[in-house]
Design a binder for this molecule. Structure first.
Ligand SMILES: Nc1nc2c(ncn2[C@@H]2O[C@H](COP(=O)(O)OP(=O)(O)O)[C@@H](OP(=O)(O)OP(=O)(O)O)[C@H]2O)c(=O)[nH]1
Ligand SMILES: [Mn+2]
Length: 178
């Protein structure tokens, strides 16, 4: 489903993700529905990054479905096509691996990612860092927050040269965190 995708595909995708994430909440004190995060990531791409490629927007909506719900890559391919499947694969951590290794692999894989996956990764980090600036997630220590900032700065360094507007916003967040 390349760039000829219709608005109905994007709406169908948003609905698919809302159903998949329906029982999940963010870790803030209001326990915001988790779906706010993927929708917000897609919105960063359209509103702040100037991105209008439907494949990227749908991959952003889907980006945490395989990692955090029962969704499979085959299911994504059969509903949304092989291109979107491949972007989602690139942005999905293997939750079977120990956390340290997952985090290391994100730093390692960032520069090797496709342009489309780099966009989703940049917007994902910007959204999560802004959330951390607003509030410490429930169960997180101050050190865990600091480590997230340091780690995500390393991931972002491997994604640079992709979207100046989003990278500038990330730099603002990093500058205000020191
Ligand atoms: N800042 C923030 N994050 C929250 C909140 N609720 C859930 N999260 C999720 O927590 C993840 C980051 O926590 P970590 O400790 O680094 O990772 P882990 O969940 O994979 O173990 C993010 O996953 P992710 O989107 O898959 O991205 P990432 O793991 O690549 O950072 C983020 O979406 C919240 O209220 N605030
Ligand atoms: Mn995410």
């Amino acid at each position: 489903m390349p760039s000829g995708s219709k608005i109905s595909d994007i709406v169908r995708c948003a609905n698919f993700c809302a159903v998949k994430h329906q029982n999940q909440r963010r870790l803030n004190k209001d326990q915001t529905p988790y779906i706010n995060h993927p929708i917000g990531v897609a919105c960063i791409l359209t509103e702040e990054g100037g991105i209008d490629n439907p494949d990227v927007i749908m991959a952003a909506l889907l980006h945490d479905t395989v990692e955090d719900t029962d969704t499979t890559f085959d299911e994504i391919e059969s509903n949304f096509g092989p291109k979107i499947r491949s972007i989602v694969e690139e942005v999905t951590d293997d939750k079977a691996l120990p956390k340290m290794e997952r985090k290391f692999l994100q730093i390692e894989n960032a520069p090797k990612s496709s342009y489309e996956a780099k966009l989703v990764k940049l917007a994902d980090k910007l959204y999560n860092l802004r959330d951390l600036q607003k509030e410490t997630p429930s169960g997180w220590t101050v050190d865990r927050v600091k480590e997230y900032f340091l780690w995500s700065a390393q991931v972002v360094n491997g994604l640079r040269g992709t979207n100046k507007a989003i990278e500038d916003k990330l730099d603002e967040v990093f500058a205000s965190s020191v």
